[in-house]
Design a protein around this ligand. Sequence first.
Ligand SMILES: *Cc1c(COP(=O)(O)O)cnc(C)c1O
Length: 396
Amino acid sequence: MSFQNPVFIPGPTNIPERLRKACDMPTIDHRSPLFAEILHPARDGVRKVIKSAGAEIFIFPASGTGGWETAIANTLSPGDRVLAARNGMFSHKWIDMCQRFGLKVQVVDVPWGAGIPVARFEEILTADTGHGIKAVLATHNETATGVRSDIAGVRRAMEAAGHPAMLFVDGVSSVGSMDFRFDDWGVDVAVTGSQKGFMLPAGLAIVGFSARAVAATETASLPRTFFDIRDMARGYEANAYPYTPIVGLMNGLNEACGMLLSEGLDNVFARHNRIAEGVRRAVSAWDMMLCAASPDLHSDTVSAIRTPEGFDASTIVSHAAKAYGVAFGTGLGDVAGKVFRIGHLGSLTDVMALSGIATAEMVMADLGLPVRLGSGVAAAQEFYRAKPALAKKAAA
Ligand SMILES: *Cc1c(COP(=O)(O)O)cnc(C)c1O
């Protein structure tokens, strides 16, 4: 492998120099006022990035998976019913976690490549007249298939059914890269991690809780210790933690929020959409298909690309690593061997994306796939040059 090449996996993402430096700190006393100068601005920054006025932000030393556990263990009780759709490996793993916690999960299986079936959710919630379903779980961006679901639509379905369940959203591969509206969508718990849109190393589970979700902790009886938000909230009141925080990463998170907010969230989302569209143009030029079933589902953070029948897609990933020192994402679960993934989130430019597309072409040509060198690169170049990213600055 090479340490010079950017990665094209959908997390962990490339780390900007500025954030690497922010994480590299001398030790400070995490019970001193100095820590408060990192902790509270980082929480305020996350609140802005998820577009909330009042969400309680908790930051755990964990990965995104710890954020799933935080959502469940703090708000639910054994035997509680939850509703979830399975459309890829990440939604599957969250469902699996719920089952291991002794929750009764009503699973709606849809093809991998489909989004959350909003109309089906509305039917199920409408039929649940006793309001036995306590939470609806939604994976905003299914990273295994490159599918973005309609979270506003899920909330509308809940409203149409007049259902009081809480709405938990996995935003691990969307927050900080694609529009996420905690308040507008009536999200009760949002989950993310440090190593995707925040462009940091892995190590932080980042969650936002609505007032309702915070209140649910009082009656919820699932066992919790490390992820108990009540201990965390008490810690924050004293500018501290119930245990030792990852101070350098939290300093990085504060800096990452500053970077995203000073670029402007709309600009960040537009940049992701633009880079993603270049990749999608390349995929079309290769005469290949995305796993996502329709354009409204296209993810701006990861593209899962179907390879021809009978071809093992995982060889693309292994050959790219071996021959060119470049990392792509492999297929997971039901789509293992059938897709490879190009991650295009976080710290990325048009030029970096072009290098990934060019590498994918070399790899596919090496492996005998009918891809003409330069075809996808040219399609992406045409798209990128039609509206250069830096046009305003260049003209000024
Ligand atoms: C990466 C990811 C996770 C898991 O996060 P970890 O940090 O690996 O625990 C969960 N959900 C989605 C959608 C992801 O992309």
